[in-house]
Design a protein around this ligand. Structure first.
Ligand SMILES: Cc1ncc(COP(=O)(O)O)c(C=O)c1O
Length: 393
């Protein structure tokens, strides 16, 4: 980066995705800390109820991460050694790590070139008698082709678990992501559309969630709030070697207010996306993200692709140039099969998933969060277009 000399018109660095936490969240956290109950209790229950109403889910279980939600779902479904779970090559490691955690084999498939979501035709081809679940990711907040995936799961008599870490609020053909009876896992990590610092939510049928609630808390038949609250009973039984994945009331206190702000946050995200796409759509060296007409996109990420054949620099240098102009960025994702653990264990080569790899080489996630001012948005646009103009072939 040392050879990049530019005088940035923006003076301060624009971080990629800081959380937007207001006084309401802070007051609710303090209220919780002053109360006699700080771990899983009344606020977590209220957060579950309000979240499940928001996505029209049959029920919701608050956990300490999306990873925990996916792991719990796989364990409750009895997925384990000898089984295969089909997922996308274009995801964060957590989606695939949880399959390893239960001792099953992750079967990666390539993505569609426009949305970068799992390609349903390749899913169909990857199914075997050992397949127990499909684990699609709604990449960047654009829903995967969930009707086709659901039909494939039905025909194969296997589970559909959705990684909705990016997909709040999103919908597919009018149905909110998370509104079905199958397990759907959301993330409330610090950069996500709704944050509780760390946290997650598992939605699904109430029967399934009853099991998941037990599995996510040591396999105990009764949680602490039920035991210690007035009228509670100290007795419990351990019915499975469960995990310790519960959400605290301190985290739920943040989530309650973040949830109430989601519609406003979403509107601002959409405004920013429209401004970016208007500016970048006219530039042939840039390829803005797509939205299929029948989905509501959560716009968690704005993944801009460059066309390196029209530029004298590649993606890595493009990012360095944006950093020099005080614009923070990120890359989503390094395809799973390029990571040493998966490459070595399953003998993958980069060309096994050519769509994922060729797109990885040219994508950049730009700042997209409701705290961006109009000036921030113009600064991002100006910086991106300046890099294009400077390095056009
Ligand atoms: C696609 C995807 N799945 C899962 C996760 C894991 O979420 P969490 O950190 O809440 O476990 C992430 C986090 O960034 C993600 O991007």
């Amino acid at each position: 980066m040392t050879d990049i000399i530019v005088r940035p018109s923006r003076r301060e660095f624009l971080p990629f995705s800081p959380p937007l936490v207001g006084e309401e969240e802070i007051r609710e956290v303090v209220d919780t800390l002053r109360s006699p109950w700080i771990t899983t209790g009344p606020k977590t229950r209220r957060f579950e109820e309000e979240f499940s109403a928001f996505v029209r889910a049959p029920g919701a279980l608050a956990l300490n991460s999306c990873t925990a939600a996916m792991h719990t779902a796989l364990a409750c479904l009895g997925v384990g050694p000898g089984h295969e779970v089909i997922t996308t090559a274009m995801t964060f490691a957590a989606t695939v790590n949880v399959i390893e955690h239960v001792g099953a084999r992750p079967v990666l498939v390539d993505v569609e070139p426009d949305t970068l979501n799992i390609n349903p035709e390749l899913v169909a081809a990857a199914m075997t008698p050992r397949t127990r679940a499909l684990l699609p990711v709604h990449f960047a907040g654009h829903p995967a082709e969930r009707d086709t995936l659901e039909a494939l799961a039905r025909v194969g008599d296997i589970a559909l678990i959705e990684d909705a870490a990016h997909a709040l609020p999103a919908s597919f053909r009018g149905h909110p992501i998370g509104s079905g009876p199958n397990p759907v896992a959301f993330s409330f990590y610090a950069t996500k559309n709704l944050t509780t610092a760390e946290g997650g939510m598992l939605t699904g049928s109430t029967d399934f969630l009853d099991d998941a609630r037990v599995m996510a808390l040591h396999g105990m038949s009764r949680d602490a709030w039920k035991r210690y609250d007035q009228g509670g009973n100290w007795r419990y039984e351990v019915v499975a070697p469960g995990f310790k994945y519960n959400m605290t009331d301190v985290a739920a206190a943040i989530g309650l207010w973040q949830l109430r702000k989601q519609e406003r946050f979403h509107r601002r995200r959409v405004e920013i996306v429209e401004a970016y796409t208007l500016a970048f759509g006219a530039e042939e060296a840039l390829e803005p993200p797509v939205r299929r007409p029948y989905v509501e996109h959560a716009w968690h990420l704005y993944v801009l692709r460059i066309r390196p054949n029209l530029l004298r620099i590649g993606r890595d240098r493009f990012i360095d140039e944006l950093t020099a102009r005080n614009i923070g960025t990120s890359v989503h994702f390094i395809p799973v099969h390029l990571h040493p653990y998966y490459r070595k264990k399953y003998g993958y080569t980069p060309s096994d998933f050519p769509v994922a790899v060729s797109n990885f080489d040219r994508l950049i996630s730009l700042p997209l969060h409701p705290g961006l001012t109009d000036q921030d948005v113009s600064d991002v646009i100006e910086a991106v277009l300046d890099v294009v103009q400077t390095y056009r072939r």
